[in-house]
Design a protein around this ligand. Structure first.
Ligand code: A3P
Ligand code: MG
Length: 266
């Protein structure tokens, strides 16, 4: 058997860190709802992003002092430095900022472990629902909700016309051509990395992202989806999405697919 990238205890710890970060976000989310005014340069969004970032970085650095952390909120780390990392944490402390502003609940806390450019473990936490998705490539994926842990294996309800998830707030004109090639389908707009988790959960089949994202937007959720048996591939080459291999932190266009569903690529 392949040796695990993280032990069960370490995965539990990651869940705990993501939940603490989610609580920090929710304190600000709820305070804003109660009408507490914050100045423009200290908007609830910026405050929530930073509060989550601070919790995650502090706790990861305490627990894994030799593993570097890169977060969306970190100062830029030159490629010549990070390209020497064989292992690091890649964090999006609050993914779905537009959904946070629009108060629709579709935002997430994302922590991924990258080893040799591959997302091998990840936690995606949804602060508003309390759902926590966890995946590690050698141990599978699960969702923890209200004290229950359910293994994620994709859709078990039988064949259906593909259910496609797409960005709620960043539409792509190229998506129309892709959808045409599918024939029959249903499309659901969803914010943030939740889209990958819905593929792992069997609630959707395909997530074509024919538009920009950054590496921290996808890493944790890719680990969850691939641990459940799904895949995330480059739209052009069909190769699995990888990390930290180039100066730019932007991902190529990609297609994420649920377990048992083939990608429809160019
Ligand atoms: N033009 C652009 N360039 C880079 N990333 C973009 C982008 N437009 C959207 N994104 C990324 O898409 C993420 C949101 O995904 P979605 O559209 O699926 O909800 C954003 O994450 P943040 O909300 O963390 O900024 C952002 O990083
Ligand atoms: Mg993001």
């Amino acid at each position: 058997m392949t040796s695990p990238y993280l032990s069960q205890e370490e995965l539990e710890l990651l869940v705990d860190i993501a939940k603490e970060a989610g609580e920090a976000i929710m304190d600000i989310y709820m305070a804003d709802e109660r009408g507490i005014e914050l100045k423009d340069d200290n908007s609830p969004l910026t405050t929530a992003d930073l509060a989550s970032h601070n919790v995650i970085c502090r706790r990861l650095e305490q627990t894994f002092p030799t593993t570097p952390v890169m977060s969306e909120e970190s100062n830029e780390i030159p490629f010549e430095r990070r390209s020497t990392w064989s292992k690091y944490w890649l964090v999006d402390p609050l993914d779905g900022t537009k959904e946070f502003i629009n108060r629709n609940g579709e935002f997430t806390v994302n922590i991924a472990l990258i080893v040799d450019g591959q997302a091998v473990a990840g936690v995606v936490y949804v602060p508003v629902t309390g759902k926590c998705y966890v995946g590690e490539l050698t141990q599978g994926a699960r969702v923890i909700h209200q004290g229950k842990s359910i293994t994620l294996v994709g859709n078990t309800a039988g064949k259906r016309a593909p259910v496609v998830v797409g960005s709620r707030s960043h539409p792509s004109p190229e998506l129309a051509g892709y959808l045409e090639r599918l024939g029959e389908y249903t499309i659901l707009p969803v914010g943030s990395s939740l889209k990958f988790c819905m593929l792992a959960e069997g609630k959707a089949d395909l997530y074509p992202r024919l538009g920009p994202t950054s590496e921290w937007d996808t890493a944790a959720a890719q680990a969850v989806l691939e641990s459940a048996g799904g895949q995330v591939v480059d739209y052009v080459s069909g190769e699995p999405l990888r990390y930290n291999s180039k100066e730019s932190l932007l991902n190529p266009w990609f297609v994420a697919c649920a377990p048992g569903v083939g990608p429809v690529v160019e």
